[in-house]
Write a protein that binds this ligand. Structure first.
Ligand code: MN
Length: 408
């Protein structure tokens, strides 16, 4: 199928146009690409061929210059790209600059600056509370309804979809163990999340207000926050996640601009506790997103978490992480937190899906509590677009590879 003639209903039609970075077959050169159907447009080469003023934003090995350019430029470039791939007069110039998706190598699309991960699904937080603190009166910690809880992660180990994930080693100590032991994690898990990509930086000392979310955030991706539950359980008191998370975080190769998701914006769930003024979004435009996520293990769908159920929105997370004066940099990435809905088959982690191993999942290739070596986990998603269209968010996939270390 020639790229211009994307079939009706394709989730990667001209209404979507997500951005990535690719190398054509046989080349190591990295180029900004825009996905259309099952093809990738060399966006920098297209801009040059057309004589577009946006060549300076697109002819780069990363998305960072485009991210930094700001909301007006994001809109202008998107409008130009839409014309290039739909107006027949451009067809002859543009058509030879498409590559079949199956022929290219996709790379991490931007240089990740700081990485933060949140914990903003009430269903996930309640499930985790019930599992880890079964005797507690309230599964939510006292702060949960007052601020979006988060932690700073490790940006240097954010990897693109398709990158293998080596089973991490570390310390663990079960409640009955007399002393900690060292070895490969035996409770390797996933967390199905959405990642938000910051484009425009902010100045240190100047918090970003809720209403400025879309001035700073360029788009979103799918994110798998791989988690070694045994390492995490032993190390996290009192400072939070560390080595149980920092070995790898996978992101999808395609960044969907927020502009492509206007029809997916929804109001977040009703707030049961009025937030403090800097988090109070009752007078703001709705900033929840209706994203339908699927989790597959070795090609078998195990869960379908609904993103619209997230209690704290990405705008509130951004306002919270800057309210102390912390500044944003181009390429900052923040994860939503594990997305879990109210139903059992809407849970975003194996921790919850198997209730910490108590209720194994039945897969066609056997039972699973946590991940086994060789397992491939794939998160995919789509969002409603205009007139019944779907906006595809691509996928983030990773295979678990055996640790080369022996138990010590
Ligand atoms: Mn997480």
């Amino acid at each position: 199928m020639p790229p211009f003639d994307v079939p009706e209903g394709d989730p990667f039609g001209p209404h979507n146009l997500p951005y990535g970075v690719f190398s054509p077959a046989g080349s190591t050169e990295r180029r900004v690409g825009v996905r259309l159907g099952d093809h990738v447009l060399d966006a920098g080469a297209a801009a040059r061929a057309i004589g577009s003023p946006y060549t300076s934003l697109l002819a780069h090995p990363t998305l960072n210059p485009l991210l930094a350019a700001g909301r007006t430029a994001w809109s202008d470039v998107r409008r130009a790209l839409t014309a290039w791939v739909t107006v027949p007069a451009h067809r002859e110039t543009i058509e030879r600059l498409f590559y079949p998706l199956s022929s290219v190598t996709l790379h991490l699309p931007f240089e990740v600056a700081d990485y933060v991960d949140f914990y903003s699904s009430e269903h996930h937080a309640r499930n985790a509370g019930h599992i880890f603190r079964p005797d507690a009166e309230n599964p939510l910690t006292p702060n949960w309804k007052h601020l979006p809880i988060g932690y700073h992660g490790r940006s240097g180990t954010v990897v693109v979809s398709g990158t293998d994930v080596v089973r991490p080693s570390g310390q663990r100590k079960g409640p009955a163990d007399p002393a900690p032991v060292f070895g490969p994690s035996v409770r390797l898990d996933i967390e199905a999340e959405v990642g938000f990509v910051v484009g425009v930086p902010s100045k240190r000392g100047r918090p970003v207000a809720l209403g400025d979310f879309r001035e700073h955030v360029f788009g979103l991706c799918l994110l798998n926050d791989w988690s070694a539950r045994d390492i995490q359980a032993w190390e996290y008191v009192p400072l939070g996640p560390f080595l149980g998370k920092s070995f790898a975080t996978s992101v999808s190769a395609w960044i969907t601009p927020l502009e492509a998701l206007e029809d997916a914006r929804v109001a977040p769930p009703e707030r049961t506790h009025p937030p403090l003024p800097y988090l109070d979004d009752s007078d703001e435009e709705p900033c929840g997103y209706d994203l339908r996520i699927s989790i597959a293990v070795n090609g078998h769908t195990v869960s379908e978490p609904p993103f619209h159920t997230m209690y704290w929105t990405a705008a509130q997370q951004l306002a919270h992480m800057t309210v102390n004066g912390a500044s944003l940099r181009t390429g900052d990435l923040y994860g939503s937190g594990t997305v879990s809905g109210p139903e059992e088959r809407q849970r975003g982690s194996l921790l919850e899906l198997t209730w910490n191993g108590r209720d194994p999942l039945e897969l066609p290739d056997g039972k699973r509590t946590y991940l086994e070596d060789g397992d491939v986990v794939t998160l995919s998603a789509w969002a409603p677009g205009a007139d019944g269209a779907r906006v595809g968010l691509g996928e983030v996939s990773g295979r678990v590879v055996a640790s080369s270390r022996r138990t010590d």
